[in-house]
Design a protein around this ligand. Structure first.
Ligand code: COA
Length: 219
């Protein structure tokens, strides 16, 4: 059974307890997990995520086309190492005389929502953007996407509405030593969290194999 929390061993709203939600940088080896995560989104969530009806074939095409060298993809994992939330930070082509910009897209599995995972993915993407000289971060979303609007406004983004769509953007200050340390610390914390979950999953799988029943996860 899926553990509902990205941090099953932590309080139900870890961000409210001042604990950072671990966010890992994903690579090409995570393509299958990304695909699985996106295919699990229902029709409405896919519409909110991609701004239009998005059948399975389009998701397959999108995941195959992810360029991990150009863009950054971030993820948060649950206790069974399923991808509970993911964000795509797409670097927009450079335009002469214009500040360098990136676009942020995010999805969190319905059973993981309201626990700060979306907020953590946005915060991680914003700090990574600063550290890679991005000056403007955009989020394009449907104007009725209340949760995303709330998330964007909470992060200090300015939201502009036009024809049923909304563009939220954030002007980012340049990186400094604090942003570099923040990103490194989050990466380390995410690696540690992943290793703990991996060990637990391994011993739980071994236990199930030996005795035919799963280990009850400590709370
Ligand atoms: C938008 C989304 C990523 C948010 O993920 P999440 O993990 O639930 O986000 P968080 O828990 O960090 O924060 C959600 C916030 O929105 C608020 N919220 C949720 N639904 C809301 C609604 N209908 N109206 C207003 N606020 C809402 C929550 O109360 C929470 O606010 P708080 O932190 O101040 O309490 C998630 O809902 C999702 O995947 N939606 C489908 C895809 C999508 O819309 N992507 C965005 C477009 S790219």
């Amino acid at each position: 059974m899926h553990n509902k929390l990205a941090n099953g061993h932590l309080p139900s709203k870890p961000h409210m307890a001042g604990l950072a939600v671990p966010v890992r940088e994903l690579h090409a080896g995570h393509r299958n997990e990304i695909l699985r995560h996106l295919l699990l989104l229902n029709e409405e969530d896919r519409r909110l995520r991609f701004g239009t009806q998005t059948p399975d074939e389009v998701i397959h095409h999108y995941v195959e086309g992810l360029d991990f060298n150009r863009d950054k993809v971030f993820g948060s994992f649950d206790s069974q190492l399923n991808l509970i939330g993911m964000a795509h930070l797409a670097y927009l082509p450079k335009t002469k005389g214009q500040p360098q910009a990136a676009e942020f897209g995010v999805s969190v599995r319905p059973d993981g929502r309201g626990q700060g995972i979306g907020t953590a993915l946005l915060a991680r993407a914003a700090v990574h953007s600063r550290n890679t000289r991005i000056e403007t971060l955009f989020v394009h979303c449907l104007a009725n996407n209340r949760a995303m609007m709330h998330l964007a406004q909470k992060a200090g983004m300015r939201v502009e509405y036009a024809y049923g769509d909304a563009d939220a953007y954030l002007k980012l200050p340049p990186a400094n030593s604090a942003t570099i340390v923040e990103e490194a610390a989050n990466e380390q914390w995410a690696d540690f969290d992943y290793a703990v979950k991996e060990n637990f999953k391994r011993s739980s799988d071994a236990w199930s194999w030996l005795f035919g029943k799963p280990v009850v996860r400590p709370t």
